[in-house]
Design a protein around this ligand. Sequence first.
Ligand code: PLP
Length: 359
Amino acid sequence: RVVNFSAGPSALPLEVLQRAQSELINTHQSGMSVMEMSHRSKTFERILHEAKDRLKKLLNIPDSYKILFLQGGASLQFSMIPLNLLQKDHEAAYLITGSWSKKALAEAKKVGKTRILASSEEDAFRSIPSLTNASVSPATSYIHVTGNNTIEGTRITEVPKFGSVPVVTDLSSSILSEKINVEDYGLIYAGAQKNLGPSGVTLAIIREDLIGQADQEIPTMLDYATHAKANSLYNTPPTFGIYMVGLVLEWIESLGGIEEIEARNHKKASLLYEAIDSSPLFFSPVRERDRSLMNIPFKTENSETDAAFLQWADSQGLVELKGHRSVGGMRASIYNAMPYDGVERLVDAMTKFEQKTNA
Ligand code: PLP
């Protein structure tokens, strides 16, 4: 197998894929594949229940929160959030830290009144903006942040606090990568395809008092209350995806939980950032204190050299390193499933390339 640095869908732990393969045609001794199983069956209900239970333990989710498995990706959450949480005559405040938060804001604008809490767009999103001069109006329904900016390679380390205004965070590219305090948030959401499992499942962890608050009549499928009441079984859920999420969570548990994953992620990210910072050729475009642990962009001064490096890396079995077109250069996405030796191989390829080009 290649070393896959894709930003998403991304590499899954090999052990998880092998386990899924071994159970593919006969899952949990049911005599059928999980893909062929009714979502109302006892076996699938157990799969769903166990996945939720594992997540609850791993993230220390209080009983006052509901765990929902939804569809439509994080992108549908951009609409569901304002439809459900933005109250009449209120506004929603958005912290703009990259392309994904801009997209989230654009959808909220279609639903109601919004305000930009702060933005780092002028800095080409190379940093997280300061909130020292930021304020919210008393009639603010929620604050939206993107916890980890997949494209730009930044992460938020301080949760904004404005009285009791609920904070909503998009953790699509960082969920389960480090410890979080769930109670800092009213709603946490994430598309599964980076740290949780295959695409097709979207996770939402929502504080109960925020469910069923929508002022407007919203479509049944877009109402968090529908999915909360039905235990994520209102309609046919992405059954195979939920099963895979369960296996990924079991894998995290087997390693020692979030503490161990977080320690590994710091070790991997440090190895790569140190190589970039000490390189005569590569540099990081991101302000040091805002750097992501999951998505690490780096560049040379010359786009032709970037292209030559990408080609060289590919020939070494290091794939999907091309940076997003809005940033250019390279981007190594090193999610939970990326082993330390995958990052070592990248660092080694960078050093060899520097030697090759006499940098
Ligand atoms: N938010 C962030 C931070 C992302 O990285 C992505 C996808 O890469 C999205 C939202 C969009 O997710 P989806 O494709 O699941 O709609």
